[in-house]
Design a protein around this ligand. Sequence first.
Ligand code: CP
Ligand code: NVA
Length: 310
Amino acid sequence: MGDRVRHLLSAADLSGEEISFLLDVAGRLKQRPQRLLEGRQLALLFEKPSLRTRVSFQVAMRHLGGETIYLAPQEVGLGEREAIKDVARVLGRYVDIVAVRTFGQVIVEEYAQHSTIPVINALTNEEHPCQALADLLTVKEKVGDLRGVPIAFVGDGNNVAASLVLTATSLGMDMRMASPKGYSLPEWLISEASARASRFGGALTIVNDPVQAVTGARCVYTDVWTSMGQERESERRRIDFAGYQLNTALLAHAAPGAFVMHDLPAHRGEEITDEAIESPASIVFDQAENRVWAQAAAVAFLLGVSGHVA
Ligand code: CP
Ligand code: NVA
């Protein structure tokens, strides 16, 4: 079931050409919102808290003339109150598209296997593709052509890093990633991103030393050391990530005026300093704003109307 339906579960589900196309559509929708989704409904099935993802999907759908239904954590009990495949089949009878925020990637994969409507990953433990699209739309607005632009991610090889690395290499960027030993990205993802970097004229460098990753970078990105669901590891992580803070000393190695990036929520004083996040080079709130347009483009694409965007 659902074999011919397109989903966005991983950034790797999109080809490099499709990623470039989505950024273009997102930019055009931001310039001129268009009511392409009149009468269409998006369900937001969320098993973790959210500010940006929830509100930006709701606002995006409103801009496109559609509607949203929000299902909060504890309401549906995906795989607990009811089998995942049953939830997928029921929601498909009510709405046109669903964005799922949950724990394991295997959950959205199982959900999508049984879904007759497109499924968007609104964050899993392993990926956050909507975030990466918004992030690189933001960088594109600032620098123009993304090809060859050096971007460094410093910190955990988590969901945000995974989708960023896949997306940046698909756009031919010079992607550098520095994380402590034991916190790197999965092997399959490094191979996939390396292949994309070769294909699209970019580069992928994976190191442990933050200074090496950041040297000459035009964008320096970080995310929390402890993600949702990992709270019991937070003490250990604070120790393991010491030295990986995005601060003024680290930024001194980047290109002059390098953009400071964070997906938010930030733990100020841990992975990023107040000074860095409040600096004139910080684009964190532009990233948050662009979630609306990146997701509007993704929904339009999956519902087959992105070709109508003027
Ligand atoms: N960046 C992001 O996804 O934020 P929320 O967890 O608030 O949705
Ligand atoms: N890595 C973070 C991102 C939050 C948007 C988490 O999963 O909690």
